[in-house]
Design a protein around this ligand. Structure first.
Ligand code: ADP
Ligand code: ZN
Ligand code: ZN
Length: 712
């Protein structure tokens, strides 16, 4: 007796096959079972799908139905909630369910043979003892106690708005502790933006919970892991042995049958939004998943996203999250740092460092304290130019300049990677005096070395600094941390006190707990004030607050810590709010502007991006689909009132219009109603597919929809 099984496989949404295919099986298999199935000439991984509510399989010819190759033995079916999460993700972000679901599973489930998999599952786990020895768990501060009381007595979701160092992590630890102690099988998911940048968090969770529940109880899940490691963590979570999963955005899809708590730390961080495949927001999905699974959700940040801030306004005003507040840093003297603005209009023209900043840096390092200087641009200079003829170091493949890297004398394109040695003379006129314009971190490092050459270092002799006198300047950015392990070793050097001045990009502003840094300087942060991206001020504010959070983490030094902002706009309201550490004031002002302009969170947006061989083709494709929506779709029964709520803007070239010889264009779609936008996109997908074949779109390479885009 054979059974028809709907099986979800990874076929692109626009292929002729639907994502749910029908197979035949000798045994009935429950939905969620992982199976191997033949697809064309290969064998692939699929998930038995409950196709009520997903795209119907449609009619099929029973004589052509193939049999499944086998089920993955020993792995319990994925839960109905997991399937629903994936179905929702696919539909909300306009991708195929097969693509999204299969990408959410560890790659080795696809790659291992049945025998290999059986061996992997049988591998005996070492029984690593829970020693039961609880650590010194700190006594809660009054603010922490209040917040935990609120979490205990309210279903959430919560937005934990707490200053850097206010003890948010301790709140998460406490909530997890309570949960695991109360329910013997409950699981918690802790999400962080980038695990490399927050090794301390992982350590703190391991230190707190491994003694209680064994080493197996805390697992990580992120893309930096090898495939065998990922499979191991995934199986531990799926089987219930892992009680706590720590991971990056991909972890939102981890199979956790007894999930009861989700924490999204640094919830404002843009890296929670995926920028390829399904462009999902793990933060937003965490909220959805919490509701689905009956799990509490805590979003935490010192500078929440304006979306979350808006959602956590008082319930009487329509807020959906409960906002919890921890304004003070833990510890007696660990006050928030003093923010100083340096008016660069009164400094020598072209000065990289203002005179008072140089003095302040010298003073700090001479006292044995650490200084952090950051600039969001790597390389030596963003452009190399000829003064005589106007030649500039443009990339031949992109509409962007190649960046000058002095260290190996190259011009590198940061978009396509194209690299050449710096020419001896101007390629156009032969002038030998080609010069860098602007500056990057490499130049700052060089400059600081010159400025501080006479400064002696205070403090102890270390192996790196045997005579105990030379200052050490270190740089951390994508260039100095390319190789595996380099970031870790550089960070370790900073922690060990072997570095006096740390120069870097935003990489160093996030997360790290550098205890001896007492001065943080932002050299040139003004650009974001004039960006065409309406989210740029929000990102700048949070970056500067984060950077400020690096200063004065050590209570014994905290009283004198400072943040310096070099700016040509010293009276700008953003910096004024920053000076007062007043995120709420900044958020109110930004939200007012957004409301007036009907921008998110007061409207819903989607972006369609098209890549093509010519800019004309990319735009023609988008504009043809737009025209269709504005004419033909209006005639579809019942669509006129819906289209009334949708604004389709004309196609425009992207800011960096050409990358690696591909022309890029985009089109913004806006609606006051999220539901209307969703409904429109669902219907319009087929239009995009059909438009692709039109003659004026010849040369179109690909297109993709980004729902709730973060960068426009
Ligand atoms: P956040 O996550 O808000 O930046 P953390 O939880 O990392 O803050 O706390 C900052 C510092 O204060 C850490 O070193 C932490 O160990 C310490 N800390 C947190 N809560 C307490 C407490 N209740 N008593 C003593 N120290 C605490
Ligand atoms: Zn020239
Ligand atoms: Zn390029």
């Amino acid at each position: 007796m054979s059974h028809w099984l709907p099986v979800l496989v990874n076929t692109p949404a626009h292929a002729a096959l639907g994502p749910v295919l029908t197979y035949q099986s000798e045994q009935p298999l429950p939905a969620g079972t992982l199976v191997r199935v033949p697809l064309g000439s290969r064998e692939t991984l699929g998930v038995v799908w409950d196709n009520t509510g997903t795209e119907a399989t449609g009619e099929f010819d029973p004589s052509k139905v193939r049999a499944i190759a086998g089920a993955l033995e020993g792995i319990a079916p994925l839960s109905a909630q997991w399937q629903q999460l994936l179905t929702f993700t696919a539909s909300y972000y306009q991708r195929s369910a097969g693509e999204v679901a299969l990408a959410a599973l560890p790659p080795q489930l696809r790659e291992l043979s049945p025998e290999q998999m059986a061996r992997r599952l049988k591998r005996k786990k070492p029984v690593e003892g829970a020693t039961g020895a609880v650590l010194a768990v700190p006594v809660l501060t009054p603010e922490q106690a209040t917040v935990i009381g609120q979490i205990d007595s309210h279903p959430g979701p919560f937005l934990l708005f707490g200053a850097t160092g206010s003890g948010k992590t301790e709140v998460y630890l406490h909530c997890v502790h309570k949960l695991l102690a109360a329910a013997p099988d409950a699981q918690a998911l802790i999400m962080v933006p980038e695990i490399n940048l927050t090794p301390q968090l992982e350590e703190r969770f391991k230190a707190r919970f491994a003694p209680l529940y064994g080493e197996e109880a805390v697992v990580s899940l992120h893309s930096g892991m090898t495939n065998p490691q990922r499979l191991k963590s995934w199986l531990a979570a799926h089987g219930g042995a892992a009680r706590i999963v720590l991971g990056t955005r991909m972890a939102v899809f981890a199979s956790l049958p007894k999930l009861r708590l989700i924490v999204v730390d640094e919830e404002h961080d843009p890296s929670y939004k995926s920028s390829e495949g399904a462009r999902y927001s793990a933060r937003d999905l965490a909220i959805y998943r919490g509701k689905l699974e009956g799990a509490q959700v805590i979003l935490g940040s010192a500078t929440p996203s304006l979306e979350s801030w808006h959602h956590s306004r008082p319930a009487g005003e329509g807020g959906r999250y409960l906002r919890l507040h921890m304004p003070s840093r833990v510890g007696e003297s660990s006050k928030l740092p003093l923010v100083r603005r340096v008016d660069m209009n009164h400094q020598p023209r072209k000065a990289v460092f203002s005179l008072p900043l140089i003095d302040a840096i010298k003073e700090r390092v001479a006292r044995g304290e650490q200084v952090m200087v950051f600039l969001n641009r790597r390389g030596y200079a963003p452009v190399l130019a000829c003064d005589d003829c106007g030649w500039k170091s443009e990339c031949p493949h992109c509409s962007a300049f190649r960046v000058f890297h002095k260290i190996d004398r190259t011009l590198r394109c940061h978009h396509c990677g194209f690299t050449e040695r710096v020419p001896r003379a101007c390629p156009d006129c032969g002038n030998v005096d080609i010069a860098p314009i602007g500056r990057g971190t490499e130049q700052l490092e060089e400059h600081l070395a010159e400025l501080l050459v006479d400064v002696k270092r205070a403090g102890s002799v270390t192996p790196q600094n045997p005579r105990g006198e030379h200052l050490r300047i270190a740089r951390i950015d994508a260039d100095t941390t390319r190789l595996k392990g380099e970031l870790e070793s550089q960070l370790a050097a900073v922690h060990a006190g072997d570095v006096d001045v740390l120069v870097g990009t935003q990489m160093i502003a996030k997360g790290h707990d550098f205890r001896r840094i007492t001065l943080v300087a932002a050299v040139n942060p003004d650009n974001a004030l004039f960006s065409s991206d309406f989210r740029a001020p929000e990102r700048l504010f949070s970056l500067l607050m984060q950077a400020a959070g690096r200063a004065g983490r050590d209570a014994s030094l905290g009283a004198q810590s400072e943040v310096w902002i070099q700016t040509f706009q010293p009276t700008h309201p953003l910096y004024a709010a920053l000076k007062k550490h007043d995120y709420p004031a900044f958020a109110e002002q930004q939200l007012k502007e957004r409301e007036q302009a009907a921008m998110p969170p007061f409207s819903a947006q989607a972006l369609v991006r098209a890549d093509a061989k010519t800019q004309e083709a990319a735009q023609a494709f988008l504009n043809a689909a737009r025209t269709f929506a504005q004419t033909e779709m209006l005639e579809w029964e019942g669509w006129a009132p819906l289209l009334d709520q949708i604004t389709l803007y004309p196609a425009v070239p992207m800011t960096i219009q050409r990358v690696a010889n591909v022309e890029r264009a985009q089109m913004l779609i806006e609606s006051p109603s999220r539901a209307a936008l969703q409904q429109f996109l669902n219907g319009w997908q087929s239009v995009l597919h059909a438009t692709r074949g039109q003659p004026e779109c010849k040369g179109l390479i690909r297109w993709a929809i980004d729902v709730d885009p973060l960068a426009i």
